[in-house]
Design a protein around this ligand. Structure first.
Ligand code: ADP
Ligand code: UDP
Length: 244
């Protein structure tokens, strides 16, 4: 199948989104080399970041699809393009946590790496102007983003995604500490996993040494960011295949 990009409809911090010529149901997503943290305050980039995140996301979406999770992934083109189903995005960042880190660790003054069992599902309102605030279930319903029934469904699906992702990363000796996902609604009104799943949106620690291989390297100036992302990509490709 040949896809051609149409108009640029959105440029975010990590991706440019284009229409696909003659396919109103699809999007052309270009993964950028730029890297931001703290809601865009800290900025950086490295040369193959877009490619690595596209590759990692594509492999993960295909894995989840094979395990029965609805994902927007359609195809991977060139080095940093993903063709996806076009969704009506729900303005929520769904965070799932298996170990304490980042904002949760800070909020409750927990030791980093503290086991969270059962895993925690949290919602944040996706609104840069407000700094993506935490939302309770009641807040989500109050803003008419979802019904209680839909919230339950989304939580169940997010925990299922966590179960598969944990296994996926365990196979390559990586601990999945936490991650953020975004869902949208398909034309048929079903929840579909959108956006990306990459070292930008997950905390990933080497199982043996605890070394951070994700965006915390950039957030906390822990060393070469590219080395971490490359390590994740190489391990995954070795097990789950190079072919995209
Ligand atoms: P941000 O908007 O946070 O800066 P990005 O640069 O990654 O993030 O931009 C990608 C945008 O595209 C996000 O707003 C995301 O919600 C949206 N998006 C991701 N997947 C889809 C999809 N399948 N359909 C519609 N929008 C999507
Ligand atoms: N996350 C994300 N985008 C955001 C906020 C968080 O991808 O806008 C991811 C982050 O990489 C981590 C998880 O969600 O894997 C939990 O993040 P946390 O709430 O600890 O916030 P942070 O430390 O990023 O401020």
């Amino acid at each position: 199948m040949t896809y051609l990009p149409g108009d640029l409809i959105y440029e975010g911090k990590a991706k440019k989104i284009f229409t696909v010529q003659n396919r109103a149901d699809l999007l052309w997503q270009e993964f950028k080399n730029s890297l931001t943290a703290f809601n865009g305050v800290k900025k950086g980039e490295f040369d193959i970041k877009g490619q690595l995140n596209r590759d990692i996301s594509a492999i993960i979406f295909r894995y989840l699809k094979n395990h029965g999770i609805r994902c927007h992934y359609v195809d991977a083109l060139d080095s940093n393009i993903m063709i996806t189903q076009k969704l009506k995005m729900i303005p929520l960042e769904v965070v799932v946590r298996n170990k304490a880190a980042g904002s949760l660790k800070k909020k409750f003054d927990m030791p980093e790496g503290f086991d969270i069992n059962p895993p925690l599902v949290e919602f944040y309102f996706k609104k840069d102007e407000l700094n993506d605030p935490f939302m309770s279930d009641d807040h989500v319903v109050m803003l008419r983003l979802l019904t209680y029934e839909q919230i339950q469904k989304l939580k169940t699906t997010s925990l299922e995604v966590n179960k598969f992702l944990k296994k996926f990363f365990e196979t390559v000796d990586i601990t999945l500490v936490d991650f953020k996902v975004e869902f949208g609604l398909s034309e048929a009104g079903e929840f579909v996993l959108g956006d990306e799943i990459s070292p930008d949106s997950c905390r990933l620690w080497d199982k043996a040494t605890g070394e951070k291989l994700d965006k915390d390297r950039f957030r906390l100036d822990l060393g070469d960011v590219k080395t971490g992302y490359n390590e994740v990509s190489n391990r995954i490709k070795k097990v789950y295949g190079e072919k995209l």
